[in-house]
Design a protein around this ligand. Structure first.
Ligand SMILES: C[S@@+](CC[C@H](N)C(=O)[O-])C[C@H]1O[C@@H](n2cnc3c(N)ncnc32)[C@H](O)[C@@H]1O
Length: 187
């Protein structure tokens, strides 16, 4: 039993696809910390040639087992030590709950690494748990270590990577909790 395996794609990602209607044909995508693969399957279904990676071999095996006929390339990789050929390589980058799974001292580096994956003209979608307003780092007993608004905005880690949308909504499976979705574009 994996507590964050919901058995379907994150509804906030599904909603983003429905609102944005991107055409993934001929484009590349990467799903970070892909877990059991449901988000990656959604991305691939929208036509993107999709790589989904996770640091956990067990997660990658589970994703492959969950989706035996998948078009997604599932690989074991570390966000903090990613292959050089992934640099600025993806038209769509999806980051859901991976950075917040890392201790706060690693988050700035992780966020920079997320940004490095985005190709010129590409989009980055980030879905994260908001931290309680004003809560200091020392009080957070993670995992997860939820993100501040400033931390989410820092995904615009280079001058050519711009925040273009930010939404707060109830967590689809637990309406008393909130979730943030932010979208960034690389010039
Ligand atoms: C809370 S889970 C979220 C999984 C999935 N993104 C989702 O929303 O269902 C965090 C995932 O990030 C992966 N992860 C943690 N550190 C990572 C790293 N440095 N590189 C790649 N994946 C990592 C974990 O193995 C885990 O699958």
């Amino acid at each position: 039993m994996i507590p964050w395996d919901r058995g379907f794609a994150n509804p906030l990602l599904t909603e983003w696809f429905e609102a944005s209607e991107p055409n993934g044909m001929g484009k590349t995508a990467v799903v970070i910390g892909a877990g059991t693969g449901w988000d990656a399957e959604l991305v691939a279904d929208r036509g993107y040639q999709t790589i989904a990676f996770d640091i956990s071999p067990t997660a990658v095996e589970t994703a492959q087992r969950n989706h035996p006929d998948s078009k997604v390339q599932y690989v074991v990789a570390d966000l903090l030590d990613q292959p050089a050929e992934w640099h600025h390589a993806f038209d769509l980058v999806v980051e859901i709950y991976t950075v917040q799974a890392l201790p706060i001292r690693l988050q700035a580096t992780a966020i920079q690494k997320v940004g490095e994956l985005v190709a010129p003209g590409g989009a980055l979608v980030v879905i994260a748990t908001p931290r309680t307003e004003g809560q200091p780092d020392e009080e957070i007993k993670g995992p997860p270590w939820p993100l501040t608004r400033a931390t989410v905005e820092s995904f615009a880690s280079a001058p050519d990577l711009r925040l273009i949308a930010f939404d707060e909504s109830p967590k689809p499976t637990e309406p008393t909790a909130l979730r943030w979705r932010a979208e960034f574009l690389r010039d």
